[in-house]
Design a binder for this molecule. Structure first.
Ligand SMILES: [Zn+2]
Length: 299
């Protein structure tokens, strides 16, 4: 699932409660979910406030309440938000329910990787939120910034680096694989070889389309995207028809097309510029040995 779009999608599901008073709060007893703040304190603080806004930054969620109160959090691996009927009865996985006259705003998380933290900030957005790195669709996500990121991590495989939230907020495993697919680069490509302009363009494109198309079942993503086919084992590349490859890397499944994600050797896409590699002078002495090596290796 497109990670940053998933957070934005779920945050929108709480919109029925906007501008309504919180009549009652159900806060489960799991201190872990509330990041160490006692459930009782959360319950007391939020009861009788007005729910003012819901926003996201990458995978982060932020909800604003009257009186300068905020709930900052994230969904983790299994968290989800939903709006239930005003008389909703929480089950054991529903750690927070905010009851408004219109809807019950539910945060459900079966495995407790997600959670929220209550903070107070009377003068606008909480400082931790303001300190977050520029979002991929913001003006601050410049080519210069991407170039600096790639340069500083020149030897790291691009796939692993794209998951670094300090540089690429909101990019998760699937979106990183999609970016590599669209750049026609194998997951092991060292960051130092990647064209920053091409990477920035592809990331912004993926974020924009994901935010626009994401729905309840994610089936409305473009047919030419890898994301549509990586669900099933043995899926095929929508571009060249080759069987998709998968490998577990640091606990996450990387999925790519061995047919057309070969970096410099990738076949051109209908005569257009195809790869995400830096344009540079041909240096056979350097390229020779690498060609013999494991271009498809992932480590
Ligand atoms: Zn392919």
């Amino acid at each position: 699932m497109p990670e940053l779009a998933e957070a934005a999608y779920y945050a929108r599901l709480w919109h029925p409660g906007l501008n309504h008073r919180i009549l009652q709060v159900h806060a489960g007893s799991r201190a872990q979910f509330f990041r160490g703040i006692p459930a009782q304190a959360v319950r007391q603080a939020l009861t009788d406030t007005v729910f003012l806004s819901a926003r996201t930054h990458g995978k982060n969620l932020l909800f604003e309440f009257s009186g300068g109160l905020w709930l900052a959090g994230h969904l983790g691996m299994t968290g989800e938000l939903l709006a239930g009927e005003p008389d909703h009865v929480p089950d054991k996985h529903e750690h927070l329910v905010l009851y408004t006259p219109e809807a019950a705003l539910v945060f459900r998380d079966s495995r407790l990787f997600g959670g929220v933290k209550l903070t107070e900030s009377l003068e606008g957005l909480p400082p931790e939120w303001l300190a977050l790195p520029p979002e991929i669709l913001s003006a601050g996500f410049t080519e210069q910034r991407v170039a600096e990121a790639l340069k500083r991590h020149a030897r790291q495989p691009l796939k692993a680096f794209l998951l670094d939230q300090t540089w690429f907020p909101g990019i998760g495993n699937w979106m990183a694989d999609e970016a590599l697919f669209q750049l026609r680069l194998p997951p092991s490509t060292p960051c130092g070889q990647v064209d920053p302009g091409a990477l920035r363009k592809v990331l912004r494109h993926i974020c924009r389309i994901s935010l626009k198309t994401v729905g309840a079942d994610w089936s409305d993503l473009p047919a030419a995207w890898l994301m549509r086919y990586r669900w099933k084992a043995g899926g095929h590349c929508p571009r060249c028809g080759a069987e998709l490859a998968r490998k577990t890397l640091r606990g996450r499944t990387a999925c790519w097309c061995p047919g057309c994600q070969q970096g410099e050797d990738a076949p051109p896409a209908s005569g257009k510029e195809s790869g995400g590699l830096k344009r540079k002078r041909k240096e056979p002495a350097v390229r020779g040995p690498r060609r013999k090596g494991s271009r498809h290796a992932l480590s």
